[in-house]
Design a protein around this ligand. Structure first.
Ligand SMILES: C[S@@+](CC[C@H](N)C(=O)[O-])C[C@H]1O[C@@H](n2cnc3c(N)ncnc32)[C@H](O)[C@@H]1O
Length: 321
């Protein structure tokens, strides 16, 4: 667990518990995933999250640690900007939400949920049957924003905050989820696969291991829905489309924000192309997705390519067979 967050929780618990009880409570929290119920009450500023033991181990690998750090910085400086000003980004979320909404059930897993904006959009589109969300991300700071984002969308059910990754087995039971989603999220970054803290494979083989693990977590007949850019994405095109949309709609406030943060955002996104070139990020065509999904026990039920996200967006929805 991140130190600042850990300290805050200890301080809060220490106000009402003895030191021994605090350490027992912290141990319990480390070993058990807890669901928060989103209510009308104020959201805690440092909500409890579960850090998977495997994630703790894989963070020690220097290559992966660098990747995680790059993403933490990107989330802090870019994610909010895209979610608030980028039409191509928001449109891709909307399309994924529309395409997956007929296949939702009570339990949803969001891999690479960031601050929870995709789940919120899904709830606004048609997510009213969802009662439990496993919000999974490598970044605890983004995870801690999820309850507020969900509350603002009107969601009033359960959410578990899970710091884990698509690079090792998910801390989620077999055959338990109705649907797994990943909106420009963690599935694209299943670039290494870890067991007991050691890399056992990388590149496409790692993605196959991740897809097999998602298959394990899904109930029979459950669905997986993914959005991603196609091969070799041009982030400049996403920025240009974002700015053009704001100009066309006279959104001057948004334009100011996008102009002041957009070029930095493009620079901070460069690591994403680098990890792709090294084979550790998967920006795939629909045909490639179909092939890998088939090998991992899925059948493709719907797809879209080149329509959204500055004509670079790919969406696939697949069913566990
Ligand atoms: C582009 S953001 C998308 C966030 C959110 N899904 C949305 O639609 O706004 C990608 C997210 O995936 C997370 N991520 C990256 N690699 C991951 C991995 N291997 N496993 C889990 N999450 C990961 C990042 O921390 C980030 O929050």
């Amino acid at each position: 667990m991140a130190h600042a967050h850990h300290r805050k929780i200890m301080e809060r618990l220490g106000r009402r518990m003895s030191p021994q009880k605090v350490s027992e409570e912290l141990k319990r929290r480390r070993t058990k995933i807890r669901f928060h119920r989103i209510t009308d009450e104020l959201v805690e500023d440092s909500p409890e999250f579960f850090e998977s033991p495997e994630f703790k181990r894989l963070r020690k690998n220097s290559q992966v640690r660098g990747f995680i750090r790059d993403f933490w910085e990107w989330n802090e400086k870019v994610l909010w900007l895209l979610n608030s000003t980028s039409h191509p980004y928001i449109e891709l979320q909307e399309q994924l939400a529309k395409m997956v909404s007929p296949y939702l059930g009570e339990t949803l897993v969001d891999l690479g949920c960031g601050a929870g904006n995709f789940c919120a959009r899904l709830f606004e589109t048609n997510g009213h049957q969802v009662k439990k969300i496993f919000a999974v991300d490598i970044d605890w700071k983004s995870l801690s924003q999820v309850p507020q984002t969900l509350k603002d969308s009107g969601y009033r059910q359960g959410v578990a905050l899970v710091q884990s990754s698509t690079m090792s087995e998910l801390p989620i039971w077999n055959n338990s989820a109705d649907c797994v989603v990943s909106s420009l999220g963690g599935i694209m970054y299943a670039g290494w696969w870890f067991e007991n803290g050691e890399i056992v494979c990388d590149s496409k083989k790692a993605l196959l291991r991740c897809l097999a693990d998602i298959n394990r977590v899904l109930k029979p007949g459950g669905y997986l829905a993914v959005s991603s850019p196609g091969p070799n994405p041009d982030w400049g095109a996403v920025l240009r489309d974002s700015l053009w949309y704001l100009i066309k709609n006279f959104n001057l406030k948004g334009l100011y924000r996008a102009l002041s943060g957009g070029f930095k955002a493009k620079k901070l996104s460069a690591f994403m192309n680098q990890v792709e070139q090294e084979g550790h990020a998967h920006y795939l065509s629909v045909d490639d997705w179909q092939d890998l999904l088939k090998q991992s026990g899925f059948e493709l039920v719907e797809s879209s390519s080149g329509q959204y996200y500055a004509k670079q967006g790919v969406i696939v929805v697949a069913r566990k067979i």
